[in-house]
Design a protein around this ligand. Structure first.
Ligand code: ZN
Length: 185
Protein backbone atom coordinates (compact mmCIF):
# COMPACT_ATOMS: atom_id res chain seq x y z
CA UNK A 1 0.00 0.00 0.00
CA UNK A 2 1.20 3.45 -0.75
CA UNK A 3 0.25 7.03 -1.22
CA UNK A 4 -0.04 7.47 -4.98
CA UNK A 5 0.62 10.50 -7.11
CA UNK A 6 -2.61 12.31 -8.00
CA UNK A 7 -2.53 13.18 -11.68
CA UNK A 8 -3.63 16.64 -12.72
CA UNK A 9 -5.83 18.18 -15.38
CA UNK A 10 -4.11 17.77 -18.74
CA UNK A 11 -3.21 14.12 -18.09
CA UNK A 12 -5.11 12.12 -20.72
CA UNK A 13 -6.28 9.45 -18.24
CA UNK A 14 -8.58 12.03 -16.63
CA UNK A 15 -10.41 12.40 -19.96
CA UNK A 16 -10.93 8.70 -20.68
CA UNK A 17 -14.07 6.75 -19.84
CA UNK A 18 -12.84 4.28 -17.22
CA UNK A 19 -13.31 0.54 -17.74
CA UNK A 20 -15.83 -1.24 -15.51
CA UNK A 21 -14.05 -3.07 -12.68
CA UNK A 22 -14.27 -6.85 -13.25
CA UNK A 23 -16.83 -8.11 -10.72
CA UNK A 24 -14.96 -11.38 -10.20
CA UNK A 25 -11.88 -9.42 -9.10
CA UNK A 26 -13.64 -7.59 -6.24
CA UNK A 27 -12.00 -8.81 -3.03
CA UNK A 28 -8.83 -9.94 -4.79
CA UNK A 29 -5.40 -8.91 -3.55
CA UNK A 30 -5.11 -6.36 -6.38
CA UNK A 31 -8.52 -4.90 -5.52
CA UNK A 32 -7.67 -4.57 -1.84
CA UNK A 33 -4.36 -2.90 -2.66
CA UNK A 34 -6.15 -0.44 -4.97
CA UNK A 35 -8.68 0.47 -2.27
CA UNK A 36 -6.00 0.90 0.40
CA UNK A 37 -3.90 3.01 -1.97
CA UNK A 38 -6.94 5.19 -2.67
CA UNK A 39 -7.72 5.52 1.04
CA UNK A 40 -4.15 6.49 1.92
CA UNK A 41 -3.89 8.90 -1.01
CA UNK A 42 -7.21 10.53 -0.09
CA UNK A 43 -6.13 10.97 3.53
CA UNK A 44 -2.72 12.32 2.57
CA UNK A 45 -4.34 14.86 0.23
CA UNK A 46 -6.99 15.84 2.78
CA UNK A 47 -9.80 15.38 0.25
CA UNK A 48 -13.31 14.00 0.62
CA UNK A 49 -13.41 11.88 -2.51
CA UNK A 50 -11.08 10.20 -4.97
CA UNK A 51 -11.67 8.31 -8.19
CA UNK A 52 -9.28 5.62 -9.47
CA UNK A 53 -8.48 7.57 -12.68
CA UNK A 54 -7.02 10.30 -10.45
CA UNK A 55 -4.22 7.88 -9.50
CA UNK A 56 -3.94 6.88 -13.16
CA UNK A 57 -5.99 3.68 -12.84
CA UNK A 58 -8.67 3.82 -15.53
CA UNK A 59 -11.25 1.71 -13.67
CA UNK A 60 -14.72 2.55 -12.39
CA UNK A 61 -13.88 2.73 -8.70
CA UNK A 62 -14.38 5.74 -6.43
CA UNK A 63 -14.12 6.34 -2.70
CA UNK A 64 -15.75 9.02 -0.57
CA UNK A 65 -15.15 9.87 3.07
CA UNK A 66 -16.36 13.00 4.81
CA UNK A 67 -14.86 13.14 8.29
CA UNK A 68 -16.49 15.05 11.13
CA UNK A 69 -13.34 17.10 11.61
CA UNK A 70 -14.60 19.53 8.99
CA UNK A 71 -13.42 20.13 5.44
CA UNK A 72 -12.56 23.04 3.23
CA UNK A 73 -16.25 22.97 2.33
CA UNK A 74 -17.16 24.04 5.85
CA UNK A 75 -19.74 22.31 8.01
CA UNK A 76 -21.23 19.47 6.01
CA UNK A 77 -22.74 16.07 6.70
CA UNK A 78 -20.28 13.31 7.52
CA UNK A 79 -19.94 10.08 5.59
CA UNK A 80 -17.92 7.00 6.56
CA UNK A 81 -15.32 5.70 4.11
CA UNK A 82 -17.31 4.12 1.28
CA UNK A 83 -16.20 2.29 -1.87
CA UNK A 84 -18.24 2.53 -5.09
CA UNK A 85 -17.57 0.06 -7.89
CA UNK A 86 -19.18 0.48 -11.34
CA UNK A 87 -21.68 3.08 -10.08
CA UNK A 88 -24.70 4.37 -11.98
CA UNK A 89 -26.71 7.50 -11.25
CA UNK A 90 -30.45 8.00 -11.73
CA UNK A 91 -31.73 11.54 -11.32
CA UNK A 92 -34.87 11.56 -9.15
CA UNK A 93 -35.38 15.33 -9.01
CA UNK A 94 -33.58 17.31 -11.70
CA UNK A 95 -33.95 20.60 -9.80
CA UNK A 96 -30.35 21.68 -9.22
CA UNK A 97 -28.52 23.27 -6.35
CA UNK A 98 -25.15 24.94 -6.63
CA UNK A 99 -22.01 24.45 -4.57
CA UNK A 100 -18.42 25.59 -4.86
CA UNK A 101 -16.38 22.55 -5.83
CA UNK A 102 -12.70 21.82 -5.79
CA UNK A 103 -10.76 18.87 -7.19
CA UNK A 104 -7.49 17.24 -6.17
CA UNK A 105 -6.64 17.04 -9.89
CA UNK A 106 -7.14 20.81 -10.31
CA UNK A 107 -5.25 22.06 -7.25
CA UNK A 108 -5.67 25.62 -6.07
CA UNK A 109 -8.96 26.28 -7.87
CA UNK A 110 -12.65 26.37 -6.97
CA UNK A 111 -15.71 26.60 -9.20
CA UNK A 112 -19.44 27.01 -8.72
CA UNK A 113 -21.38 24.07 -10.20
CA UNK A 114 -25.09 23.33 -10.27
CA UNK A 115 -26.17 19.68 -10.19
CA UNK A 116 -29.36 17.75 -9.50
CA UNK A 117 -29.83 17.46 -5.76
CA UNK A 118 -31.86 14.28 -5.45
CA UNK A 119 -30.38 11.18 -7.05
CA UNK A 120 -30.32 7.43 -6.72
CA UNK A 121 -27.07 5.53 -7.04
CA UNK A 122 -26.58 1.86 -7.80
CA UNK A 123 -23.16 0.35 -7.27
CA UNK A 124 -21.23 -2.63 -5.99
CA UNK A 125 -19.78 -2.12 -2.54
CA UNK A 126 -16.35 -3.20 -1.30
CA UNK A 127 -17.67 -6.75 -0.83
CA UNK A 128 -19.26 -6.92 -4.28
CA UNK A 129 -22.81 -6.51 -2.98
CA UNK A 130 -25.34 -4.67 -5.13
CA UNK A 131 -26.26 -1.51 -3.29
CA UNK A 132 -28.86 1.13 -3.99
CA UNK A 133 -29.08 4.43 -2.18
CA UNK A 134 -30.96 7.72 -2.47
CA UNK A 135 -28.89 10.80 -1.81
CA UNK A 136 -29.73 14.50 -1.48
CA UNK A 137 -28.01 17.81 -0.88
CA UNK A 138 -24.27 18.34 -0.76
CA UNK A 139 -23.61 14.59 -0.71
CA UNK A 140 -25.39 14.30 -4.06
CA UNK A 141 -22.94 16.85 -5.46
CA UNK A 142 -19.93 14.99 -4.03
CA UNK A 143 -21.13 11.72 -5.55
CA UNK A 144 -21.76 13.26 -8.98
CA UNK A 145 -18.33 14.94 -8.94
CA UNK A 146 -16.56 11.65 -8.19
CA UNK A 147 -18.61 9.57 -10.61
CA UNK A 148 -17.98 12.15 -13.34
CA UNK A 149 -14.28 11.25 -13.06
CA UNK A 150 -15.20 7.71 -14.14
CA UNK A 151 -16.73 9.14 -17.32
CA UNK A 152 -13.74 11.35 -18.17
CA UNK A 153 -15.46 14.51 -16.97
CA UNK A 154 -14.19 17.27 -14.68
CA UNK A 155 -16.21 19.81 -12.71
CA UNK A 156 -14.92 22.63 -14.88
CA UNK A 157 -16.96 21.12 -17.75
CA UNK A 158 -20.09 21.91 -15.72
CA UNK A 159 -19.38 25.50 -14.66
CA UNK A 160 -22.05 27.49 -16.48
CA UNK A 161 -20.83 30.92 -15.34
CA UNK A 162 -17.06 31.15 -15.68
CA UNK A 163 -16.99 34.32 -13.56
CA UNK A 164 -17.59 31.82 -10.72
CA UNK A 165 -14.26 30.04 -11.27
CA UNK A 166 -11.56 31.17 -8.90
CA UNK A 167 -8.28 30.49 -7.20
CA UNK A 168 -8.71 29.14 -3.63
CA UNK A 169 -7.26 32.24 -2.06
CA UNK A 170 -9.48 34.66 -3.96
CA UNK A 171 -12.47 32.39 -3.24
CA UNK A 172 -11.76 32.63 0.49
CA UNK A 173 -11.24 36.40 0.32
CA UNK A 174 -14.07 37.49 -1.94
CA UNK A 175 -16.71 34.75 -1.74
CA UNK A 176 -16.46 32.88 1.53
CA UNK A 177 -15.41 35.74 3.84
CA UNK A 178 -18.25 38.14 2.87
CA UNK A 179 -20.75 35.30 3.37
CA UNK A 180 -19.42 34.63 6.86
CA UNK A 181 -19.71 38.31 7.70
CA UNK A 182 -23.37 38.45 6.77
CA UNK A 183 -24.14 35.21 8.61
CA UNK A 184 -22.94 36.88 11.82
CA UNK A 185 -25.53 39.64 11.57
ZN1 ZN B 1 -12.26 15.66 -8.65
Amino acid sequence: MAVKEIIRMGHPTLRKIAEPYPIEDIGSEAFNVLIEDMRETLHEAGGIGLAAPQINVSRQVAVIEIPDSGTRYGEVETWPFTVFVNPRITVIQPEPAGYWEGCLSIPGMMGYVERPQHIKIDYLDQNGHNTSQEITGFLATVVQHEFDHLQGKLYIDRISDLTLFSFDEEYRTFVEAPQNETSED
